[in-house]
Design a protein around this ligand. Structure first.
Ligand code: ATP
Ligand code: MG
Length: 241
């Protein structure tokens, strides 16, 4: 892992956002030391998974935890564009299809204690790639080196990728966009995660109090709400907000 990715636009965010991310980070820490691989998922696109995944990962890095962010959204990765990553970094799809090694796709970044595996080129069969034992091997190796492996995933309503990834993770956080997701849909995602045997750590209610007008959010006010059971007994209250 020689190359270092320079990430742009990662600077200071809104105060409420930063505070909520810290709360989320603390709650995740309280879930126990056995929790290493954490996926972020949601029902529908655009609920804020990638934004929150990145911020939580960077937040763990800032307190000295060694973090690997894996972009497992092979269908629609946003990180290269969003953080203006230069060059042509290799990614997960190339590793899973046997073209690259783990070392080839694992990049250090200029964010403290924060390494990244990008999604790699679009592949027509991401679900099959993610089912390959190479994915599990990658996570097992990463667990030896990192304190947390934070995984960004595609939405679960119509795609199976999230459920496949969940089967390999220690825990999942469901991101719910405030006011848009029906109780039924959130329950469907929760049931799918449970079926895959993944512990549901809680839900993040995103975009609370934001006015959506003409395709843009007028007010960048972010608030996160999460219930973490700490032991697997109490499940997320997602969908009830
Ligand atoms: N709380 C928030 N406040 C303001 N902007 C937000 C918030 N959450 C997400 N966004 C913005 O909304 C857009 C969509 O967010 P993001 O890419 O994280 O969603 P996603 O769930 O990963 O979408 P997809 O399912 O398509 O991958 C991004 O421009 C992101 O910066
Ligand atoms: Mg995303």
């Amino acid at each position: 892992m020689e190359q270092i990715l320079n990430l742009q636009n990662t600077g200071e965010k809104d105060y409420h956002f930063e505070e909520s991310i810290k709360t989320l980070r603390t709650n995740l820490q309280f879930c126990g030391s056995s929790l290493k691989t954490i996926m972020f998922t949601s029902s529908l696109p655009n609920e804020g998974k990638s934004e929150i995944t990145f911020s939580v990962g960077a937040s763990f890095g800032s307190i000295g935890k060694k973090v690997l962010l894996i972009d497992a959204d092979i269908r629609k990765s946003v990180f290269i564009k969003r953080y203006e990553i230069k060059g042509n970094p290799s990614g997960l799809s190339q590793y899973l299809s046997g073209q690259k090694t783990m070392d080839d796709i694992c990049y250090a970044t200029d964010v403290e204690n924060f390494d990244m595996i990008l999604a790699g080129p679009y592949s027509p069969n991401p679900a099959e790639l993610l089912e390959d034992p190479l994915f599990n091997e990658l996570l097992e190796k990463a667990k030896e080196k990192y304190d947390y492996i934070i995984i960004d995933t595609p939405p679960m309503a119509n795609l199976i990728d999230g459920a496949i990834i969940a089967g390999q993770c220690d825990g999942a956080v469901i991101v719910i966009e405030s006011g848009t997701i029906s109780y039924h849909l959130a329950q469907k995602v929760k049931a799918q995660l449970e079926k895959s045997g993944c512990r549901i750590l809680g839900a993040v209610l995103n975009r609370v109090g934001m006015d959506y007008e003409n395709g843009y959010y007028k007010k960048y006010y972010r608030k996160y709400y999460g219930k973490y059971d700490g032991g697997g007994g109490r499940k997320s209250g997602c969908g009830k907000q």
